[in-house]
Design a binder for this molecule. Structure first.
Ligand SMILES: NC(=O)c1ccc[n+]([C@@H]2O[C@H](COP(=O)([O-])OP(=O)(O)OC[C@H]3O[C@@H](n4cnc5c(N)ncnc54)[C@H](OP(=O)(O)O)[C@@H]3O)[C@@H](O)[C@H]2O)c1
Length: 318
């Protein structure tokens, strides 16, 4: 078996997570299997999945192949996936995780996250963006603390090793922390140099809740991207640091998190980029370089603003 080139963060439930994982949102069917295989071959031991990405079947095929050819055993790879809003009702949470476990061909995931605090009305197992009679989003106002309590039962049942949340703000985190019988180990949020997330980062660190940075490149391939959005790869500060170190802009953007004890999940379906991104693990930025990068947050640019949920009672980004 190949040597493990990963570094790890220790979570408050005494488990550990590889600091870099492969993101899989928008990784199309037909591409994602090869991307996962390329990532495992490059050394990744962490995949960031979600039911709503609708590609877990191919990810499961890739995992099966890499276990069969002896590159990895199940326990060598850390799998995160996420509960979608239509399954927030406590009676549907177990079905929610099984809808990921089945295509992934797994008995358990390492980390199960509530994808956001916002529940959506359940209609059937094939309707993920339910609408009401006026064609507006149809919500389920089940409180996320109730959903959380049902997620705790998944740990008791061995379906998830650890549980956490995603897209939660400070006051929502506080409610989870107060109610939790099983520790909330993670908040997965958008972090890159152009967004100011200092309040939630400070809160999570104070409570020993780890952070995963999603959209570390600003999610340039998201469906609602516009030419007017900042291009982090072309930012002069990022480029200057990359040039001075002989590395790529992408690697600087990943090292930014890795050097601040934040887990990061860059998405790519391009084998050369998958490898390049993994190699960011060896880059050590100077404190003054991190400070310079942090100064880019004056634009407070959010790629995943979840605007379609703005009228939800638990919308997190006020
Ligand atoms: N919890 C949540 O609500 C949430 C929300 C958003 C994202 N996420 C997670 O975070 C992951 C990453 O975020 P993201 O997918 O939004 O976007 P991202 O990782 O910020 O950016 C992905 C884009 O960057 C390109 N890219 C990757 N590596 C590159 C490199 N070295 N040089 C140049 N371009 C490069 C990719 O192209 P190619 O693929 O064509 O190579 C793709 O177009 C997601 O896939 C998902 O797993 C979670």
């Amino acid at each position: 078996m190949a040597a493990d080139k990963n570094t790890y963060s220790f979570l408050s439930d005494h488990t550990r997570i590889p600091n870099i994982g492969l993101g899989t949102w928008k990784s199309a069917k037909g591409d994602v299997k090869n991307a996962v295989i390329a990532a495992i071959d490059a050394g990744y031991r962490h995949l960031d999945c979600a039911f709503i990405y609708q590609n877990e079947e191919e990810i499961g095929e890739a995992l099966k192949e890499k276990i069969k050819d002896g590159t990895i055993e199940r326990d060598d790879i850390y799998i995160t996936t996420k509960l979608w809003g239509t399954h927030h009702s406590p009676s549907r949470v177990e079905q929610g995780i099984k809808m990921s476990l089945t295509p992934l061909q797994l008995d358990y995931v390492d980390l199960y996250l509530m994808h956001s605090p916002c529940g959506r009305k359940f209609i059937d197992d094939k309707t993920f963006f339910p609408k009401d009679e006026n064609d507006k989003n149809a919500y389920d106002d089940v409180h996320y603390v109730e959903t959380w309590k049902a997620m705790e039962k998944l740990v008791e049942k061995g379906l998830a090793i650890s549980i956490g949340v995603s897209n939660f703000n400070v006051s929502q985190m506080e409610e989870i922390v107060t109610a939790a019988q099983v520790p909330c180990v993670m908040n997965q949020i958008e972090i890159h140099p152009a967004i100011d997330q200092s309040d939630i980062i400070t809160y999570c660190k104070a409570k020993s809740i780890a952070l995963t940075a999603y959209s570390p490149f600003g999610s340039p391939d998201r469906p609602w991207a516009s030419d007017k959005d900042p291009n982090l790869f072309e930012d002069p500060v990022v480029k200057e640091i990359a040039e001075s170190r002989g590395c790529t802009a992408g690697q600087v953007l990943l090292a930014y998190h890795l050097n601040q004890e934040v887990v990061v999940v860059p998405k790519s379906v391009t084998p050369s980029r998958i490898k390049e991104n993994f190699e960011a693990l060896s880059i050590k930025l100077k404190p003054e370089e991190i400070t310079k990068l942090k100064e880019l947050n004056s634009t407070n640019y959010r790629a995943c603003a979840m605007n379609m949920l703005k009228d939800h009672p638990y919308f997190p980004f006020k």
